[in-house]
Design a binder for this molecule. Structure first.
Ligand SMILES: Cc1cc2nc3c(=O)[nH]c(=O)nc-3n(C[C@H](O)[C@H](O)[C@H](O)COP(=O)(O)OP(=O)(O)OC[C@H]3O[C@@H](n4cnc5c(N)ncnc54)[C@H](O)[C@@H]3O)c2cc1C
Length: 407
């Protein structure tokens, strides 16, 4: 009998396992840490639910629609748009497709001109129908925003911080194709938070895989031919292998140098607050790039009250500066919200140096895996997102299903 092994229990590995399970194929999934989900994890802390880094579930992602049973979930939604800092005050800039009246009421919030709106309408028209996240055009998102000549104010207040938050890259170096792709997701879909945090996504997929097929707390140290060497001295034989680790581990296991500067880091801080914010809408607050240590912040309990204990509010603030301290964040939040730093009671922070991976850096590891007949799964094989993690897991599993049908 063919033995199938999946290495890595992040979203890609779990998705692959779930599809093999559905097709009645036997397998074993090996996950290094003691919990499943990889970069998608939540934990309880002093009655709050904290995600390991600020993350949202885009409901319009095709794989989310196809694979996750989100209609059965208890989801809370961000309002589509953002609070933008314009002339020292946070003002709501809203998605005209979702909140047309509020959009009109706050039409000048982001400092946009009529030409900015016309360009946005043009972009929206361009995103109609199916759109590919990756194409051969070398233009970056930053170059595209400059080429469209959006007004300086609109770029600074909304466009650049919004996309820096998605890419975790303040240079906006990802391709322009991804700008269009995400624009479509945000204009047409919703940004959701599951009831018990983003980790619910992993738990939901894992609940559809029999426990005896999953091994946690053990990891692969070497791949030799058709044998996996584990850290506890065991060896595992395989006929087919899905390597669903992060790309750094994939490179190490396939003996390839991890490309320099191929990752983006982020640090998310959580605070408890007794007071409600004076900005009452469930929106992310964007900070103009390079004029604040923060990229964005949100009162998450305004979106999903279940994330905080009764009578408390949960604030999250994200930065690209890995050495930022909670004191500095509390001072910055106090400055822009006209509050005292003492209003923010620090809970916990999560530093994630390898939050997202740079596109186009992993051709060598993909080629080596193909040569060795190993299937790779993981967001980095496509583009950094839950959509890509789910889709790559599906593709790897479906290749195995197809080969099992021809055996
Ligand atoms: C801070 C942050 C914010 C994000 N925001 C968003 C967002 O808003 N929307 C969105 O769509 N996406 C977002 N993402 C991206 C999304 O989380 C990832 O695309 C997705 O989780 C990647 O899943 P994966 O399975 O490909 O990789 P990973 O989650 O990295 O999983 C790899 C797994 O392999 C395991 N592993 C590694 N080596 C070994 C080994 N040798 N043996 C066994 N196991 C091993 C690891 O422990 C891990 O569990 C964000 C990510 C971060 C960190």
């Amino acid at each position: 009998m063919n033995s199938i092994v999946i290495v890595g229990g992040g979203i890609a590995g779990l998705q692959a396992a779930h599809i093999l399970q559905n097709k009645g194929l036997d397998f074993i999934l090996i996950e290094k840490s003691m919990s499943l989900g990889g970069r998608v994890q939540s934990e309880e802390f002093q009655g709050f639910i904290l995600d390991h880094g600020f993350q949202v579930l885009q409901t319009a992602y095709p794989e989310v629609q196809r694979s996750l049973q989100i209609s059965k979930w208890d989801l809370s939604y961000f309002q589509s748009g953002a609070y933008v800092l314009n002339e020292g005050k946070f003002k709501p800039f809203l998605n005209p497709l979702k909140s047309p009246l509020l959009f009109l009421k706050n039409i000048t919030a982001a400092g946009a001109t009529i030409f900015d709106f016309l360009k946005l309408v043009w972009i929206w028209l361009k995103t109609q129908g199916s759109i590919s996240p990756i194409n051969s055009d070398p233009e970056t998102t930053s170059e595209l925003i400059s080429r469209y000549r959006f007004s300086e104010k609109f770029q600074r207040n909304f466009l650049r911080p919004f996309f820096a938050g998605i890419f975790l890259d303040d240079q906006l170096s990802p391709p322009a194709s991804l700008f269009f792709y995400y624009m479509k997701q945000f204009l047409e879909g919703k940004a959701a938070l599951p009831k018990n945090g983003i980790g619910d996504i992993a738990l939901d997929i894992a609940s559809r895989i029999p426990k005896e097929k999953i091994r946690i707390g053990v990891f692969v140290t070497e791949i030799k031919g058709k044998t996996l060497q584990l850290n506890n001295g065991e060896t595992v034989l395989f006929d087919q292998l899905i390597l669903a680790t992060d790309p750094k581990q994939a490179c190490e296991l396939l003996k390839i140098n991890f490309p320099p500067q191929a990752h983006f880091g982020s640090k998310t801080f959580y605070f408890s607050m007794d007071k409600k914010l004076e900005t009452p809408l469930p929106l992310i607050h964007l900070m103009p790039l390079h004029s604040s240590p923060l990229l964005h912040f949100s009162c998450l309990s305004q979106v999903n009250p279940a994330l905080a204990p009764e009578g408390k509010h949960l604030m999250s603030a994200t930065s690209l500066q890995m050495d930022l301290t909670d004191k500095e964040v509390a001072e910055e939040l106090a400055r822009v919200l006209d509050l005292s730093p003492n209003d923010f009671i620090f809970l916990k922070s999560f530093s994630i140096p390898h939050s997202l991976y740079k596109l186009g850096c992993f051709a060598e590891v993909c080629q080596k895996a193909e040569k060795e007949n190993i299937m790779l799964a993981g967001d980095y094989t496509l583009f950094p997102s839950l959509q890509a993690a789910l889709s790559s897991g599906r593709k790897a599993a479906e290749k195995i299903v197809a080969s099992s049908q021809t055996d």
